[in-house]
Design a protein around this ligand. Sequence first.
Ligand SMILES: [Zn+2]
Length: 144
Amino acid sequence: MTSKLYRPENWSASPLESDSAQLVGGRCARCGNVYFPRSNVCPGCGSREPMAQVLLSRVGKLYSYSVIHVGAPGFKAPYAVGYVDLPDGPRVFGHVDGWEDGPIPLDSSVDIYAGPIGKDREGEELISVRFRPLPSGQVSRGGT
Ligand SMILES: [Zn+2]
């Protein structure tokens, strides 16, 4: 089975080929806020100046998540999706690991990586953002 990276422009390198691939956000030239994904217009101040690329942290804090019991086409339910706050500023959406073992406390530290999320209309496996809870107290490789 073949795999396809969803929105490769959001990564510093292909996570299919590199373990060190990071999400890439954009820093607004006017207000300095960092956003993910990058945008042509700053959602904060409306500036249209090109955003500088910023490599984002590989660790964040779980903001919230939900378990999906009725999956979208190509997505095998149940699965969990949620938002993670990065120390760099952005709140990132992705699939959440570890919920099957019981509730994950909010604000838990999570590792951000690329993994399979479902299949597209052609049946090709999609690779995108996933969050993996870190054991509490663990200092991760991407930590600040
Ligand atoms: Zn701005």
